[in-house]
Write a protein that binds this ligand. Sequence first.
Ligand code: FES
Ligand code: FES
Length: 941
Amino acid sequence: MAERISVEMTLNGRRLRADTTSRTTLADFLREECGLTATHIGCEQGVCGACTVSMDGATVLSCLVLAVQADGAEIRTAEGLGGGSPLAEALHAEHGIQCGYCTPGILMRGTELLGEQAAPSEQEIRSGLCGNLCRCTGYATIVKAVARASSAGPASPPAQDETGAPRRREDEHLLAGRGEFVNDVSPPGTLHAAFLRSAVASGRIARVEAGAARALDGVVAVFTADDLNQHAGSMVPTPLLGTDEPPLRPLAGDRVHYAGEPLALVVARDRYVADDALELIEVEIEPQPPILEPETAVDDTAGLVYPEAGSNLCQELASPVRPKLRRALEDSPHVVRVTSRQQRQTNAPLEPRGVVASYDPDTGELVASMSTQNPHEAKLAISRVTGVAAERVRVTARDVGGSFGLKVWTGRDELTVALAARVLGRTLKWIETRQENLTASGHARMDIGAATFALDQDGHFLGTYLDHLEDTGAYPTGVVGKAGPFVGMMFTGPYRVPLHAFRFRSVRTNTCPRGAYRGPWAFATVAREQMVDEVARAVGLDPLELRRRNMLTADELPYTMPTRLVLDHVTPAETLEQVARWLDHPGLRRRQRTLLEEEGRLIGIGLAMGLEPSSIGTMEPIDRDTARLRVEQDGTVTAFLATGAGGQGVETTMAQVVAAELDLDLGDVRVVQGDTGATPYGRGTGASGTAVITGSACRAAAAELLVTAKQLASELLDVPAGRVESRRGVLVDRLNPGVALSWAQLAKAATAQETAEGLGAAPGVLEAFGHYKAPMMTWSNACHGCVVEVDRDLGRVRIERYVVAEDCGKIINAKVVEGQIAGGVLQGIGGALSEEVRYDAQGRPLTLGLAEYVLPTATEAPPIDFLHIETPSPTPGGHKGMGQGGAAGALACVFNAVADALALVGARVDRTPLDPERILTALAEARSGSPRPAARPPSPS
Ligand code: FES
Ligand code: FES
């Protein structure tokens, strides 16, 4: 055991004396020894700022400071600030919080900033916060909050914001440092788990020798494939049950298929010992040449990821190319062939994945606290893999620090840890490191598209053909590997395109498995919108004009797309014009020319249309949901939901829905989620489905509850049930409002009349269930617009202005909507300019931390303007989903703006990210007279 060293410090105003070790970081000391869990760990590298604390009056990154270095110091953490500081209040007022994982660090750094400068400018705030990453908000609301809390802010903030949106009820405990993320859960006796992962991308495992690791003091167990896999049931997520994909096992046995694949699991007294033990495991792998690129994989002759499968192709779908389309693609006045390639990205939530799993051999119960979007799916998956009956598995998720699709299907790692807990009969905690998150959690995008556009003389689309190749990595995870066909089906988007066909192929490679990421079908938008700009340049039209000539207008709806999807209740033409006006597009073009001619500056204008297929009715089991409402004895209503929100404001918006349906005060509705022991089975949170699907389930439950309540009130008030109405918290006789009962009186009466009919499923409880199944599609739409400047010498891009015109149907809470759009936009900007997961030629990961996977900071994030159109969808509340579309729209919009700027000097780009190197290369190619030629995609065969 490591030698214990005594340290003394003043911690949040109190003297503290404690023991630690010479290698314990201050972050771990505060969290593990002092129980101050508001100090979060997001990167372990000094990049993300989540662990920011104050040491002797200046902020430090506590993951980079040893606890012994804090001996004698004065330390303050977010808990020490309390939840009522001016900055905390301002963050709440400005909706500057989503998942809350970054919030304690922001509070610490923001408070220091305000101490340094009483009234910092926006630029000074952005610079001051550039060391604190936020993956959710897009920063603008955080920047506004700091400004509001400064001496330049309003003396007495208004109780409501300008949109009338209620403030988020999720915020209070997060601001006070009382969030409960999975790493904050540590029952007594918790052991720590760590994975040994393959450094080799492809090869036969010759030996895994764990004897020395097992002998290390503090190690409880080391599992290899031989020890653990025999105990495992199916690891396949529910949507893929019954498919014949290569079997996924807890630990790699005979072969490894990507660098990062788990080979062994160590269970030890603490994480430091577990890490020491990993070093002692000896591994021999006979490497084989990996298949890393989808273009290589699709040609099986280069090698097979799974020789036994006979091909790397794991899915292929093609729609027929009818003769009319074929002729159009060959003989039209304009035939333009274009390509688009999207790089490998990853979700990178600030809170990595994790699980704390306890198995009690006496009761046979398994409880798992997890960072998950989908607690009920996690429960089913854990049951399948551990063999513990589903009714004896309980999954909880109090706070989730962002996910963006990563945590919707339960990962191999979490399942393996749950299985090990079952085998050992102990409590195991596994918290993913940032390196694991970047190399083994789930990669996304990595799509290649080649399309042909046929147009008439006037620039009207006559037909399109898309050839889409997707890299699914070494294993398919969740339904993502099956989402590709949607790209082909939705490719024509909001445009009038009479003819279309596509081919979709998905191939395996020796890379991290593809996972869900904020719109798994985003490539439909990304590729189409990038290509539309390229087509416009090819036919000599402004991209705005080409869009205008081909955009569907209100009088053409409903419109049946060539793939038979029906588009309705959308407003693409209206949002396009809104953005064109906001930009002052003609004036901007004049300015662009002037700045080029007079100063040589490269200004670019970007446009991108987004079409989001929210709440897809064919995506079983996440196309449906159930809500349960219960009237408590005090007359408040509790909504039990299966959601597992990670910053989307679900507790606020769903409470708004229920309160509106029952005509209650918002404060009288409580939402319980993230606990399979309390909530009905349901879909979790994801796929832009909460407002439509869960909201409709809430509405159905409220309607059911009202039927029961009115019946009971009619008996108690002795008036016909048809005359009873719910009004402002009471049930009244419509014709005689003086005759009324409160919900509390009703709930008590229900308890007393246990045997009365129609009082809900449980006798004596006034409650109701509501179910909802989504229709085929609930489209939302948007138009993104931006202005960028490209630095010709440095290859850097500065986003000057950004606007989103969005139609997400009836808005529940405008600030929540704008927060979701802003977060998506910033992820799209990251995808356009900087984020890329890379491997070397042997398939070894090069992107090992957030220093290499470059997320946008507050200094790169532009302010975003929002323009809303509310066209109700035909679903019960008139809502549409909008959580995912921002990421796709922004990626295409920023790409188009950069491409527009580069086109001024004849430079051309056709892939992301547009980092300085790629931009400088494109400029150099243009100067040398050989701009990148448009690739020649294959003709449809
Ligand atoms: S900076 Fe310390 S955890 Fe990221
Ligand atoms: S709110 Fe900032 S990371 Fe989620």
